[in-house]
Design a protein around this ligand. Structure first.
Ligand code: GAP
Length: 542
């Protein structure tokens, strides 16, 4: 599937719009249209239902070491600034970036890629962006430009080595930036914190600075004790949260994949340290199954365990659930969700202060010298000092729970389901001529509209019967009534919207009180009694 086709369908049918489009749009921000809002809500509701409200606290689920409890939270986007100091985000949530002094464009250091090439006695590192690379932009063309050579002089270019990322290059003065005319216009890499800063209160002093959360997780950690005390849950248990997160991404791109405002669906699962490895494996497999159950089956979905050198500073194990998005180069996958074993890093950080790994690989409080007393130190950022330990009522054991974190993006999930759903086939139109049909094969739980009702013609009482069915459906779930145009065109419109079932009231309805139900994917049609049609559709979409 070509991405352009999906992007245009999303706009045409109202799944996704560029934010503030009438003013030229704002890079990295997206709005969900009438169909998109239902799709994303269905995805979030499916997650909440399957992970939280529908979870059976008493059963031992397949692969789980024991039964466990699940509960939820909804925390604020702006939190106490100390939260981000202790979590590590204030110091570490950065990307390295370089600016081009000539074009004034900014790039992620590790995302600029290029190749060494020599000509006219000069050696230059010709760069390209990941986007240009994905689109097959020709490095040779840029190299010729850099040396002021013509196409017929290509044999003067001596290439050296493979395409590698810019951060592997020692001397940036030899780098030829994308779109620049001169060589050596890139600045040295600088750290760029991805958190959006804002001001709380009217005074607007530096002390009033706060941040929009870059993840929902921290709201859960700082409320750990509140949840324990108020709901009397016992370990092992999980706290779930869905909500907006914000990251000032340097290069937002690939439709909604990397946005600056997006929604996360996160679970922090608290367990005994001795059991954390087993729970990590349980959540990794459980979350993978959730995507496949909703239709992301096949080789475009994969589970990938991180290598030790890829792990975050706190993690003893991480797996990503990844999808081969069509905008990525062949064979590359993009992250939908990370499942991380975070040990006791988060709860300890909010008790003690910001932690770092020491030479032995153990977590310890990060300290800085006290001014005027070079031989004495203080914690870099002080924790809350609150006791966030857990006491087992049966054994009386006190311990800091370990955390397993399945962290998913609702927007990336929605995008993956849209990509997977897009299909084209050839079907005869109303006049029997073969036409390309675009059909969004969304899982019925995710489909924005569950059923559409059409009267075959606008007479003989058919609209009245169809409207009655439509009202019956509407009481249960989103349904659509359409009496405009040829019935084949009405089917096509619903196929593009991903509506799993279409119901048609026709001449036979007037004789035997039955209607036709049509399946979006198999195109199978069968007749159902008018009185049974709501129950029939309900059983199929739930
Ligand atoms: N609490 C852990 C955490 O936030 P993450 O891998 O940075 O981990 C989790 O983010 C998920 O959030 C990602 O797998 C992705 O689905 C989503 N996500 C992260 N950054 C995003 C962005 N800029 N745009 C859209 N989704 C994003």
């Amino acid at each position: 599937m070509e991405m352009d086709k999906l992007v245009s369908l999303c706009k045409r049918r109202g799944f996704l719009f560029q934010s503030s489009e009438i003013y030229g749009g704002l890079n990295g921000f997206w709005d969900y249209g009438p169909l998109g809002v239902e799709l994303k809500r269905n995805l979030k509701n499916a997650w909440w239902q399957d992970m939280v409200t529908g979870h059976d606290d008493l059963a031992t689920l397949p692969g789980a070491p024991s039964p466990y409890e699940m509960t939820g939270l909804d925390c604020t986007i702006i939190m106490h600034p100390q939260v981000w100091k202790c979590s590590g985000h204030f110091d570490l949530f950065c990307d390295m970036m370089v600016d081009c002094k000539e074009t004034k464009r900014r790039y992620r250091y590790d995302q600029l890629r290029g190749r060494w090439v020599e000509a006219k006695g000069q050696r230059v590192f010709v760069t390209t962006t990941a986007e240009a690379e994905a689109e097959g932009e020709d490095l040779q063309r840029r190299a010729l430009k850099a040396f002021n050579l013509r196409g017929k002089d290509a044999d003067q270019l001596a290439w050296d080595g493979d395409v590698v990322s810019l951060d592997k290059v020692d001397d940036l003065s030899l780098a030829y930036a994308p779109e620049a005319k001169e060589v050596g216009t890139l600045t040295e890499p600088r750290e760029f914190n991805l958190m959006f800063k804002t001001i709380v209160g009217a005074m607007g002093t530096a002390d009033d600075a706060a941040f929009l959360r870059p993840e929902t997780a921290q709201g859960i950690f700082v409320n750990f004790k509140n949840v324990l005390d108020s709901s009397r849950v016992k370990i092992p248990f999980g706290i779930a949260q869905q909500g907006k997160s914000f990251r000032n991404e340097i290069t937002p791109r690939n439709f909604t994949f990397r946005s600056r405002e997006f929604e996360q669906m996160e679970i922090e699962f608290f367990c005994h340290p001795n059991e954390s490895r087993k729970w990590y494996e349980y959540w990794r497999d459980r979350r993978m199954k959730w995507y496949t159950d909703l239709g992301l089956a096949g080789e475009r979905l994969q589970l990938r365990e991180h290598d030790a050198d890829e792990l975050s500073h706190y993690s003893c194990g991480t797996a990503d659930i990844e999808y081969a998005f069509p905008f990525l180069p062949e064979g590359e996958f993009g992250e939908l969700e990370g499942i991380a074993h975070r040990g006791d890093f988060d709860l300890r950080s909010h008790m003690e202060g910001k932690l770092v790994k020491n030479a032995e690989g153990c977590l310890e409080l990060e300290t800085v010298p006290i001014e005027g007393h070079p031989d004495r130190t203080r914690p870099k950022y002080k924790g809350s000092g609150r006791d966030l330990q857990y006491r087992d009522e049966v054994t009386n054991e006190r311990f800091t729970p370990h955390v397993i974190e399945p962290s998913a993006g609702a927007d990336r999930g929605a995008l993956a389901f849209l990509c997977e759903a897009y299909h084209e086939d050839e079907q005869p139109d109303d006049k029997g001529k073969m036409q390309t049909r675009v059909v969004m094969q969304l899982h019925p739980r995710l489909a924005p509209i569950k059923a559409a009702v059409f009267p075959l013609v606008k007479k003989d009482g058919m609209p009245e019967i169809a409207q009655e069915i439509y009202r019956g459906l509407k009481k249960k779930f989103p349904a659509f009534y359409d009496e405009k145009g040829a019935v084949g065109r009405r089917y096509r419109r619903q196929d593009e919207a991903g509506t799993p079932y279409c119901i048609t009231v026709d001449g036979q309805t007037l004789d035997d009180n039955t209607v036709t139900v049509r399946d979006r994917d198999s195109l199978e049609q069968w007749r159902v009694k008018v009185d049974d049609v709501v129950a029939e559709i309900e059983s199929r979409v739930s």
